[in-house]
Design a binder for this molecule. Structure first.
Ligand code: HEM
Length: 538
């Protein structure tokens, strides 16, 4: 090993973490001194005042006082479990990542979540669900941080604080806790019509999943894949559940939220406990890496657009099996830190402006959520690949770096042998022409079409799915205090589909407005009519 290699953490060697089984014959302080009594503080006589010298009392109370860390600013409520991913080898012609090779087994940790609610909110609310998977690959950690909806609300990450401020509870009353039924949310999405496609999915049955085990997952953004020869292609990631996609009825979701707010986490843990391990097939849609970065006229850098599977089939590349529950929720689920920039060789980012903001945001929030820059040394975040970094010191540093020269090149620690062979590493930038022109705050014209895909989505639904969608819009908009917001959202729906708008308007007792945007007419074709329908179980 290079002299720079860290020692003594056990992280990179896979040695056992610091487990405290809370068994044993005697209790100790955090420094190992045996205690004979933890029920009585040290007092001056049985009725006397408590003495400041009682170290055990002070340690016990002080530690308790600092038990809480901030919940995630979004996706605060979640449940996570361990599993394995096995590559099929079918992706090796387009992606050199070792974990995708045939038969390679990679340990994973998957966290499912709601987006808006606080850590103690109910599971079955109408919301997008997070679907984040950490692959501990032999070439470094790969985090696929996705959602159960294939598109996002906004096209540029600079609006992320705005949409989240709008979706979180109202600042004055902290209402509602975990639903989209409120004025600020509808105020935002009716004013930012790029959100329409995501809102359509969110008002559909997809936003009230029956179980985490029965949800699809999507990487949303387009990524760039690199093959062994350096050739590139563009790709979107999909998770397909073996149990199929199933939803709750809205009435069921509401009742369950009261009767069993832990419904989804209980379902996940109980299934694994009983040996019914949920499985998902990972698939990719692959597109040629052209200078335009479009496919069949669809801008691949626009995260509010899908590419219909009929135009680009999802090709299976491996299988995820979740098979082990957590031992300690805080240590694992609460402390896990995902990052869209954790990429292995063979997977790279594109210039999607939403993705670029995410590349900054996750590490930034984790610096404060997990108390400093060393959170990747927390056991659940430790890579299973060898680590040889020059990152030093900082709060909660557990690694003992043995090198004396944490810089490169150096002549004291035997140089930097690890820089050799860099061409096989990650973050090898693919030569690309960067956009010409002046610096500007703008978006491409291709980002301006906000209604064609929402219209495709609506027209692809079955009658009962349409009915649920109409009822969801009517229910949620009915909760708004401001009439003007309802009317503005109806004008948005008029641009999606006249029938949808008329039905929601009737439900709200309001007149249906006319469309203001010229509709790119989309005849429901047999191919596109598949959109939004359930994935059949095997
Ligand atoms: C957390 C997905 C967009 C900021 C998460 C989590 C998921 C997720 C699944 C939960 C991670 C976990 O379980 O620990 C997505 C998807 C997005 C998106 C699919 C769009 C396609 C964004 C954007 C930003 C952002 C644009 C900011 C610019 C955050 C932050 C967290 C988070 C700060 C909390 C992370 C933590 O505390 O560990 N996101 N997100 N996300 N996301 Fe996103």
């Amino acid at each position: 090993a290079s002299p720079q290699t860290r020692t003594a953490t056990g992280a990179e060697t896979g040695a056992a973490a610091d487990t405290r089984e809370q068994r044993g014959e005697y209790l100790t302080t955090s420094t190992g001194a045996r205690l004979y009594d933890t029920d009585h503080s040290l007092k001056a006589g049985a009725r006397g005042p408590t003495l400041l010298q009682d170290h055990h009392l002070r340690e016990k109370i002080t530690h308790f006082d600092h038990e809480r860390i901030p919940e995630r600013v979004v996706h605060a409520r979640g449940a996570a479990v361990h599993g394995v991913f096995v590559g099929y080898g079918s992706a090796t012609n387009v992606c050199k990542a070792a974990f995708l090779a045939e038969g390679v087994t990679t340990p994973v940790f998957t966290r499912f979540s709601t987006v808006v609610g606080s850590r103690g909110s109910a599971d079955t609310v109408r919301d997008t669900r997070g679907f984040a998977t950490k692959f501990y690959t032999s070439e470094g950690t790969f985090d696929l941080v996705g959602n159960n909806i294939p598109v996002f609300f906004i096209q540029d990450g600079i609006k992320f604080p705005d949409i989240i401020h709008a979706a979180k509870p109202h600042p004055d009353r902290e209402i509602p806790q975990a639903q989209s039924a409120h004025d600020t949310f509808w105020d935002f999405v009716s004013s930012h019509t790029e959100a329409t496609h995501h809102v359509m999915w969110q008002m559909s049955d997809r936003a009230v999943p029956r179980s985490y085990r029965m949800m699809e997952g999507f990487g949303v953004h387009t990524f760039r894949l690199v093959d062994a020869e350096g050739g590139t292609s563009l790709a979107k990631f999909h998770w397909k559940p073996k149990l199929g996609v199933h939803s709750l009825l809205w009435e069921e979701a509401q009742l369950i939220a009261g009767v069993d707010p832990d419904f989804h986490r209980r379902d996940l843990f109980d299934a694994i406990e009983s040996g019914a391990y949920p499985q998902w097939e990972l698939g990719i849609q692959v597109f040629p890496d052209t200078p335009e970065q479009t496919f069949d006229g669809i801008d691949l850098l626009d995260p509010t657009k899908i590419v219909p599977e009929e135009l680009a089939p999802v090709q299976p590349v491996g299988m995820l099996t979740l098979n082990r529950n957590t031992t300690n929720y805080f240590a694992e689920t609460e402390q896990v830190a995902f990052h869209v920039g954790h990429l292995p060789p063979g997977i790279d980012v594109t210039d999607d402006p939403l993705l670029h903001a995410r590349l900054f945001s996750y590490i930034d929030t984790q610096l404060s959520r997990l108390g400093g820059p060393n959170f990747n040394q927390i056991p659940i975040n430790r890579p299973h690949a060898p680590v040889n970094d020059m990152l030093r010191d900082g709060f909660h540093q557990h690694a003992v770096h043995s090198g004396v020269a944490p810089y490169k090149p150096n002549t004291l620690d035997g140089g930097c042998p690890f820089m050799a062979g860099v061409e096989t590493g990650a973050y090898v930038e693919v030569p690309q022409v960067v956009a010409e022109g002046v610096k500007e705050r703008s978006a491409p014209a291709s980002f301006e079409d906000h209604f064609t895909q929402p219209r495709l989505f609506y027209r692809s639904l079955s009658p009962v799915e349409k009915e649920h969608l109409v009822r969801a819009f009517t229910f949620e908009l009915g909760k708004c205090y401001e009439q003007a917001i309802r009317e503005r959202q109806l004008r948005v729906l008029a641009n999606v589909d006249a029938e949808l708008c008329a039905l929601v308007a009737a439900g709200l007792g309001l007149p249906a407005p006319e469309a203001t945007e010229p509709a790119a007419e989309v005849a429901p074709s047999p191919a596109l009519s598949q959109l939004g329908q359930v994935w059949p179980a095997d």
